[in-house]
Design a protein around this ligand. Structure first.
Ligand SMILES: Cc1cc2nc3c(=O)[nH]c(=O)nc-3n(C[C@H](O)[C@H](O)[C@H](O)COP(=O)(O)OP(=O)(O)OC[C@H]3O[C@@H](n4cnc5c(N)ncnc54)[C@H](O)[C@@H]3O)c2cc1C
Length: 504
């Protein structure tokens, strides 16, 4: 699938090989089989098949090499496997990701100190947790009237399941206790439930985590008209007469620059680098980079109380096998998204003095929806460049008084939930540094009209530049608290269908 001879011309160029770029490749392969597609990815291939999740790499040393290779062009920064254990204010990146070198906070602002990216074939989805909850209430992009059908497609492309941890001996107990504390007055969709996860169990019992390889699928891998070029930096989208006409791409192995003509260009380069590439291309609508929002995150831990002894045949292949991943959905009344899971998969440190039943300490995380403000933004200028020589992202970001109130509510609520399921570990929850959620939204947001508050239309086509599409969490126009990838993949499906229809 990897190729080195850049074509002079294709039907569709896709920039970025994360799950949203891959969704375009997959839908186009299914719906427009004769269309030529070139996908350019600045990072290297780190897993097999290309885009696979690094957790599926059995050898720990090989997995660590894949993570380091994903960590971008600059100095390798401090790594924290458990950012919950990091004291507030410590900047550390999760394995497989890298942070902005500077420009992440300005005087008098909160900034986003741990805003992170990944550069590898598969993007962040080679490193993610795979939680794929659906948005509820004000999280939903309701002006997209086929949203539910698109989310079904998102589940299909990401390989989402709900039963991977059904044999976990403590899962039902955790959910029962959470439900008793939370469910009163909720409709079925917002009651406590198993977290939909992009993971499946093989016949031999091993878990396989979905990465972009699953999104691409055989339909893309076997499409003779599809090519993936890794270590290829797209520097500029060429716009001629108000239409996308191709890209300028640098082969990072040779340093050579190429011009690739295209009828359609899809920029799926994450919520910081999609606006970067548009800005570098002179495409600068008023809303570009604005309405940036991250989900402030509060974490805590609880030791499950009164646990039954484990059965003889209880799973032994890892802590995550004991209580699975549970979901407390967001509602407008309770504007947090709750993810409750084993500590080996959760960003908080295990208690050191833990003589307890394996798997009986669970981590709780609440993600908060942000007040949307145009002044929260990523900007670019000609004076600062990043490690690739592109205009460096610089972030202006503030929590409002309402945001602070929501975080305080989340801190109280997480203590209540921890007490409902067991005995809290530690005396108070952590509020993680801003940017920890890894869910940055809004920077290329979708809208119903070209009124200066959005960058693209309902098909993700950039206002005023026909043939130029944007993809990723930046397209989501609402302040979600839930993990956003299945939503951004769903929105990408709609854009890909629009391109396929034009190519037919
Ligand atoms: C540890 C971790 C846990 C996470 N857990 C979850 C979770 O449970 N649920 C969830 O929904 N989300 C989770 N996320 C976030 C999730 O991975 C992202 O939402 C998702 O990967 C975004 O997909 P994307 O295609 O928009 O962008 P990305 O996956 O970020 O891919 C963008 C790609 O574009 C490439 N690129 C950028 N600029 C250029 C350029 N100029 N030229 C060529 N290529 C370029 C990048 O190198 C990158 O590979 C997690 C992330 C991490 C790191």
């Amino acid at each position: 699938m990897s190729a080195r001879h850049y074509p002079a011309q294709v039907d569709v160029v896709i920039v970025g090989s994360g799950p949203t770029g891959s969704a375009y490749a997959r839908i186009l392969s299914e719906r427009a089989p004769g269309a030529t597609i070139a996908m350019f990815e600045v990072g290297p291939t780190v897993s097999e098949p290309p885009g696979a999740h690094v957790k599926n790499i059995a050898d720990p040393a090989a997995r660590a090499r894949a993570q380091v290779a994903s960590e971008g062009p600059g100095e390798r920064g401090e790594k924290v496997a458990n950012p919950g254990a990091a004291k507030a204010g410590v900047r550390g990146a999760r394995p497989g990701t890298f942070l902005l070198e500077d420009g992440y906070a300005f005087d008098g602002e909160d900034g986003m100190p741990v805003a992170a990216m990944s550069s590898n074939v598969g993007g962040m989805a080679s490193h993610w947790t795979g939680a794929c909850p659906r948005p509820n209430d004000s999280e939903r992009t309701d002006f997209v009237d086929d949203l539910d059908e698109l989310l079904d497609e998102g589940d299909r492309l990401l390989g989402v399941t709900r039963d991977a941890f059904d044999s976990a001996p403590f899962g039902a107990i955790v959910r029962e206790r959470l439900a008793a504390a939370v469910d009163a007055g909720r409709v079925d969709a917002t009651k406590v439930q198993r977290m939909p996860l992009a993971v499946h169990r093989r016949d031999d019992g091993r878990l396989v985590w979905s990465g972009s390889d699953v999104v691409l699928g055989d339909a893309t891998r076997e499409n003779p008209c599809f090519s993936l070029f890794d270590e290829s930096l797209v520097m500029r989208v060429i716009v001629e007469d108000g239409r996308a006409a191709g890209v300028v791409v640098r082969d990072l192995r040779s340093g050579e620059e190429h011009r690739v003509a295209a009828r359609f260009v899809v920029v799926a380069a994450d919520a910081l680098r999609t606006p970067q590439l548009l800005w570098a291309s002179g495409v600068r609508p008023a809303a570009l980079g604005r309405y940036l929002n991250d989900q402030a995150q509060v974490v805590f831990a609880s030791r499950l109380r009164d646990m039954p002894p484990l059965a003889e045949d209880a799973p032994t292949t890892g802590l995550a096998e004991y209580s699975g991943v549970s979901w407390v959905p967001f509602t407008d009344d309770m504007p947090f998204h709750g993810q409750i899971m084993q500590l080996d998969a959760s960003p908080i440190a295990l208690a050191e003095d833990d003589p307890v039943v394996p798997g009986s300490i669970v981590g709780l995380g609440l993600f908060c929806a942000k007040d949307l403000r145009p002044d929260d933004r990523v900007v670019f200028d000609d004076d600062h460049v990043d490690g690739y020589g592109m205009p460096a992202p610089r972030i202006h970001y503030r929590l409002t008084a309402h945001d602070h109130e929501v975080v305080e509510r989340a801190r109280r609520e997480i203590v209540r939930l921890a007490e409902a399921i067991g005995d809290p570990v530690g005396d108070r929850p952590f509020t993680l540094p801003l940017g920890s959620s890894l869910h940055y939204q809004g920077s290329t947001r979708m809208g119903v009209a070209d009124d200066g508050t959005s960058v693209c239309d309902l098909d993700s086509e950039v206002w005023g530049v026909s043939g130029l599409f944007v993809a990723g969490n930046g397209v989501i126009p609402t302040a979600t608290a839930c993990n956003p990838t299945v939503t951004s993949v769903a929105l990408a499906v709609r854009g890909a269908r629009a391109i396929a229809a034009s190519l037919a």
